[in-house]
Design a protein around this ligand. Structure first.
Ligand SMILES: Cc1cc2nc3c(=O)[nH]c(=O)nc-3n(C[C@H](O)[C@H](O)[C@H](O)COP(=O)(O)OP(=O)(O)OC[C@H]3O[C@@H](n4cnc5c(N)ncnc54)[C@H](O)[C@@H]3O)c2cc1C
Ligand code: FES
Length: 256
């Protein structure tokens, strides 16, 4: 059930260059699945009418708290970075379908880039009984985030940076190519910038699911701002990233 709740800021801290993690606490959280997201109202800025979407990548249902992470982009994320402990934020959640369920025994590979690694952390936390691998790419070592958590949760965690300052040098798909024979995944879950997602084409013989980022309005399927062309067996459809996604099969998105 989608609910619009008031949260209090418990913590708002820098976790990588220009990237923050905010812990938010409320009275009673609804169930939230890996890959689902929230629409956050930017407090005290009536001019920023549209809420901003962020993935909920950590949920503590006993404490009724969630974590979101955000890279500084524009006015909304700048306002969020100035929030202090105890400030109130209005949040609509859980939105979207999240990542599909994976059977026990299947090997999961997480491929992420930049702040897009965050929703993949919630997948790793949800599949403690599966073998989970990850290959995560960042521009440089200053942008690396959650490396220890991924190392703890994954059977093998591979890091890639464009300049080789952390992990292996190269883009995610290049680095992954060197490890694919060892991993032999049954399914790939990916999130990150579009060029990174597209570069996974060479692995798409393995069922690959991508989480898309799209400009959003309502977040609940009503305004069609987030419409995106998706190819199904019966042809092309304009689907809503917020309600029908944000996770789609690679082949349904990048078919051109
Ligand atoms: C389902 C979903 C989940 C997301 N999860 C995260 C997350 O966990 N962490 C995170 O840092 N970001 C995430 N994003 C992107 C995030 O919503 C935008 O970065 C944020 O809304 C920018 O707000 P702003 O007011 O700071 O920027 P604005 O001033 O609105 O815009 C600044 C720049 O950011 C770009 N931008 C704005 N909104 C989006 C958007 N929705 N998608 C892509 N580019 C955008 C604009 O094109 C512009 O160039 C997610 C987006 C979607 C759709
Ligand atoms: S954001 Fe309104 S339909 Fe998706």
């Amino acid at each position: 059930m989608i609910v619009d709740l008031i949260f209090q800021v418990e913590e708002n801290k820098l976790i990588a260059s220009s990237t923050y993690e905010m812990t938010l606490k409320t009275e009673k959280l609804p169930p939230i699945k890996a890959g689902q997201f929230a629409e956050v109202k930017i407090p005290s800025r009536e001019d920023l009418i549209l809420r901003r979407p962020f993935c909920v990548y950590s949920v503590d249902s006993e404490k009724n708290s969630i974590k979101i992470g955000y890279a500084l982009r524009g006015k909304g994320t700048k306002e969020l970075s100035a929030l202090k402990v105890g400030d109130e934020v209005q949040v609509l959640l859980p939105l979207g379908n999240g990542f599909p369920a994976v059977e026990k025994g299947k090997k999961i590979l997480l491929a992420g880039g930049g702040v897009g690694v965050l929703p993949l952390l919630s997948v790793a936390e949800s599949y403690l009984d599966n073998e989970v691998y990850c290959c995560l790419g960042f521009k440089d070592k200053n942008l690396v985030m959650k490396a220890d958590e991924f190392k703890r949760l994954c059977k093998k965690a591979v890091f890639a940076t464009d300049d080789g300052s952390f992990g292996e040098k190269g883009f995610v798909a290049e680095v992954l190519e060197r490890h694919m024979d060892d991993i032999k995944p049954d399914v790939i879950f990916a999130c990150g910038p579009e060029p990174m997602l597209k570069s996974l084409k060479k692995f798409s013989a393995v069922p690959t699911y991508v989480s898309l980022e799209q400009r959003m309005g309502c977040g609940i399927g009503a305004c069609l701002v987030c419409a995106c062309k998706i190819k199904k067996a019966d042809g092309e459809h304009n689907l809503r990233v917020c309600k029908d996604g944000p996770v789609f099969l690679f082949d349904e998105v990048f078919y051109g």
